[in-house]
Ligand binder design. Structure first.
Ligand SMILES: Cc1cc2nc3c(=O)[nH]c(=O)nc-3n(C[C@H](O)[C@H](O)[C@H](O)COP(=O)(O)OP(=O)(O)OC[C@H]3O[C@@H](n4cnc5c(N)ncnc54)[C@H](O)[C@@H]3O)c2cc1C
Ligand SMILES: NC(=O)c1ccc[n+]([C@@H]2O[C@H](COP(=O)([O-])OP(=O)(O)OC[C@H]3O[C@@H](n4cnc5c(N)ncnc54)[C@H](O)[C@@H]3O)[C@@H](O)[C@H]2O)c1
Length: 448
């Protein structure tokens, strides 16, 4: 007889693990299928190893600032193997923690790929189960394009397998990953050239913010070519030669394609059971994570929702609380998703861009900017500035967008995201006592 479960989860990444664990805590009988390492993209080839590299690059920059202030220090080159070993030990500990938690919660783990079948089944190579609820949490992978010589380049997963830092790096793309990798690889000592197809890096972010970031990147020595598509790649002298739309030819030791990600929705049996996908292959979900098939749900990067770890986790928890408790759990509020691009220095944003606000409110939009040099940078003689932009609407000046670029922006945003969610007005910001001397105080002082 086929084993019966309350919930079968496909994928042991951020979304799948969160769903499986919370469901088990609520008393559900759970099986989880994961062919790879527990933790998925975020833990193994995403947020965590990326942030480790970012922290290393940030420390190197801080040593430079320390030198500017008067310390007789220099960061020197990173001992790459020692760093990788430390990073891996951190990741291995996290993964071991996940595995133990699954055991403690009585969740069955099948270390194989799975697909959905008829009659509520989920099958892998060796195991078939039936589950009342089935969750697709299979994530995504780096996109590939049909450019001659594409195979001579690497994708973001490969960054974490590097055994040393390449000297001259070319990066194609202008999104999160391209910008983050450009900043941290440059910060660790590589010469970096970025090829952006569009007019600007981070094309979907607030235009002033993106421009501020591009300015910082260039000032630090990253070469940014906009309106520059890479049409062909050749292998040359142990490295690569890129040919671009502007007839530019560029040589590099290593090439990274950072041109977006695609959902892992193939070969899951979805078409056979009638689960609808969008044109790019994402599983179409409603605000309750329901797919077009009753009893089949989706969370995370495989689905039509922002591809961020906290979104996958929050969506997963809410879904299983809806399924396995009596609580009336509303849909996840995606109106003010705070997000940080770990550039050097970071960029943080929450709510609407100015263009989005104007599209809805027209002239009833007020914008307040601040640009200044933070005290540490000024003391150290570093030219880096901080950029803050507040987008407000209506007579009450409700704050609908906050955009920050500069040192510490990554840690500043989280608390202000609460204020935006609660509908704070500029007056509420201005009436909040500042913390002096900090960079964050400029957010509450904006427009005064
Ligand atoms: C370089 C990089 C940096 C990032 N940095 C950040 C960041 O700083 N902050 C942030 O919020 N987000 C970041 N992200 C995005 C974040 O990693 C993802 O949004 C998040 O990991 C998505 O989680 P998920 O559960 O949907 O998928 P994943 O974590 O990708 O997990 C999916 C799992 O499903 C498994 N799987 C696939 N097919 C099957 C199958 N048929 N059966 C069973 N299992 C299967 C896979 O092996 C995988 O383990 C980053 C992403 C990348 C690539
Ligand atoms: N800090 C974070 O939270 C973080 C970090 C990394 C990734 N992520 C998540 O992962 C997602 C994927 O990141 P990403 O950077 O791969 O995608 P992205 O969607 O952010 O950016 C893709 C970029 O590639 C460009 N592009 C697409 N096709 C191209 C082509 N053929 N030639 C040249 N350029 C091309 C696009 O114009 C865009 O600038 C992000 O959208 C984000 O949700 C989050």
């Amino acid at each position: 007889m086929t084993d019966q479960y309350d919930l079968a989860v496909l994928g042991g990444g951020s979304g799948g693990l969160a769903a499986a664990q919370q469901a088990a805590r609520l008393g559900a009988k759970v099986v989880l299928f994961e062919p790879g390492r527990l933790g998925g993209t975020c833990v193994h080839v995403g947020c965590v190893p990326k942030k480790a590299l970012w922290l290393a690059a940030d420390l190197a920059h801080q040593v430079e600032l320390a030198r500017g202030i008067g310390f007789n220090v220099s960061a020197g080159a990173l001992d790459w193997p020692a760093f990788v070993a430390r990073r891996q030990a951190y990741i291995d500990r996290a993964e071991a923690g996940y595995a133990q938690r699954l055991v403690d919660l009585g969740i069955r783990v099948v270390r194989e790929r799975a697909r959905l079948g008829s009659d509520n089944t989920v099958s892998s190579h060796g195991v078939t189960v039936q589950a009342t609820h089935r969750l697709i949490a299979t994530g995504g992978r780096p996109a590939r394009v049909d450019v001659p010589g594409f195979e001579y380049g690497a994708v973001s997963d490969d960054v974490f397998g590097l055994d040393r830092l390449p000297r001259r790096i070319a990066i194609v793309g202008g999104g999160y990953i391209a910008v983050e990798m450009a900043g941290l690889l440059h910060g660790l000592g590589a010469e970096v050239t970025l090829f952006v197809r569009g007019d600007q890096v981070l094309g979907h972010f607030d235009a002033d913010l993106a421009e501020a970031l591009a300015g910082s990147m260039r000032a630090r020595g990253i070469v940014v070519h906009t309106r520059s598509a890479v049409d062909a790649v050749e292998r040359r002298d142990g490295g690569v030669l890129l040919r671009t739309s502007g007839e530019r030819v560029h040589r590099a030791d290593w090439l990274l394609w950072a041109i977006g990600r695609v959902p892992n929705s193939e070969d899951l049996g979805l078409e056979d059971i009638g689960v609808s996908l969008d044109a790019r292959g994402h599983v179409i979900i409603d605000p309750y994570q329901c797919t077009s098939v009753p009893g089949v749900f989706a969370v995370g990067d495989v689905a039509t929702q922002p591809a961020l770890t906290p979104v996958a986790i929050a969506a997963a928890r809410r879904l299983v609380e809806r399924l396995f408790s009596d609580a009336d759990v509303p849909p996840l509020d995606l109106a003010n998703v705070p997000t940080v691009v770990f550039a050097q220095p970071p960029l943080a944003t929450c709510g609407l861009t100015e263009a989005q606000a104007r599209a809805s409110w027209g002239d009833d939009v007020q914008v307040h900017h601040a640009r200044f040099r933070p005290m540490r940078e000024a003391l150290a003689g570093d030219a880096q500035t901080m950029f803050i932009k507040l987008v407000c609407v209506g007579a009450e000046e409700r704050v609908v967008g906050l955009h920050v670029h500069g040192p510490g922006a990554d840690e500043i945003l989280q608390g202000f995201a609460v204020a935006l969610r609660l509908g704070a007005r500029r007056r509420d910001f201005n009436e909040t006592l500042a913390i002096h001397p900090t960079a964050a105080e400029e957010v509450v002082l904006a427009g005064r």
